[in-house]
Design a protein around this ligand. Sequence first.
Ligand code: ASP
Length: 315
Amino acid sequence: MQNNASLVVVLGTGGTIAGTAVHATDHVGYSAAQLGAAQLVAAVPALAGLPIEVQQIAQVDSKDMDFSIWRALAEAVDQHLARPQVCGVVITHGTDTLEETAYFLQRVLAPSKPVVLVAAMRPATALQADGPQNLLDAVGVARSVGARGVVAVLAGRVHSALDLRKVHTYRLDAFDSGDAGTLAQIEQGRLRQHRAWPGGEAFGLVRLPRDAAQWPQVEIATSHAGSGGAIVAALCASGVQGIVVAGTGNGSVHRALEGALLQAQAAGVAVLRSSRCLGGSVIDATPPALPSAGALTPVQARIELMLQLLAHRVA
Ligand code: ASP
C-alpha cells in the first residue's frame, strides 16, 4: 500500500499512546501524555529508515482537548499537506476525544491527502502495548496510494472520521463506525477497503477564530427520565449560543426539557436535536419544532453547530 516513499509527518498531541505507568501490568493507573511523538516513532523498529518528520503540537490527555489545540493542529496539518513531498499526516492522540478531533479536522479541512489519527488503549509501558502496531499501521495508511480524508486507525481497522465513535471503555478494539461499518481493514500491512474515503466540503481554516475565547459556546444536554428545564436555564444564563440535546430513542425529548429548549430557541439560542442511541439516525415524520441532527452523534452535532454559528458570524 505504498505511495512513492514520500514523506509522512507525525504530529504528537499526547494521549495514552504516549502514556507511561509504573508497572507493565497497569492498564488504568497510568499517566497519559508523557512521551514525545519522536520517542513513539523511535520505538517502532519497522519505521526506521522511512521518511518521517515529527512535530509535537501538544502534550495532553485528550479528555482535556481544547479549541486552541484544535486550531493549532488544523493549521499544522494544513501546512504540512500543502508540501509536495508530504504524502500524509499521522496524528498521535488520546482515545477519549479522538472522534471529536477526527470529525472536526474532516469538516474543517476535508483534506485530499490522508490524515490518520492514531491512538492506543494501553500505555506505552504495558506488557502488550497496542500503540506501536497502531502507529505502524497508521503510517502505512498515510503512505497508501489513493488514501484521502481524515481517518482513525486502531486494532487493525480504519474508521472514517465521519462515522468514528468510541464504544468501549477498555477493550483494545474500542472503536466502531456505527451503521456505516469499518472503512478498511489492515491485513499484514495491506488495506482491504470496504468503502470510500471520507469527503465533503471543507469549512476552511480562515473562519476559525485564533482566540479560543471567540469560539461559540455550544453545550450538550441529555434527555432522560425525570429531565427538567433547569440545565437549559443555567446554560442560557451562562451565555451559551447553542445547545445540542442528546434525546432518547428517535430524538425524543422529555416534555419539561423540550419546553425549556423551545423557549431558549425562541430567545435566539441555536438548538439541534440528536439521539443518545449508539446507532441509527433521527427521523422525523413531520417538520419538528427542534431541528434534527440526523445521523450525527451528539458530539458531532456540537461541532456542526459551532461551525454553523461561526459561518453566520462572518457571513
Ligand atoms: N484519557 C486518555 C486520553 O484520551 C485515554 C486514551 O488515550 O486512551 O488521552
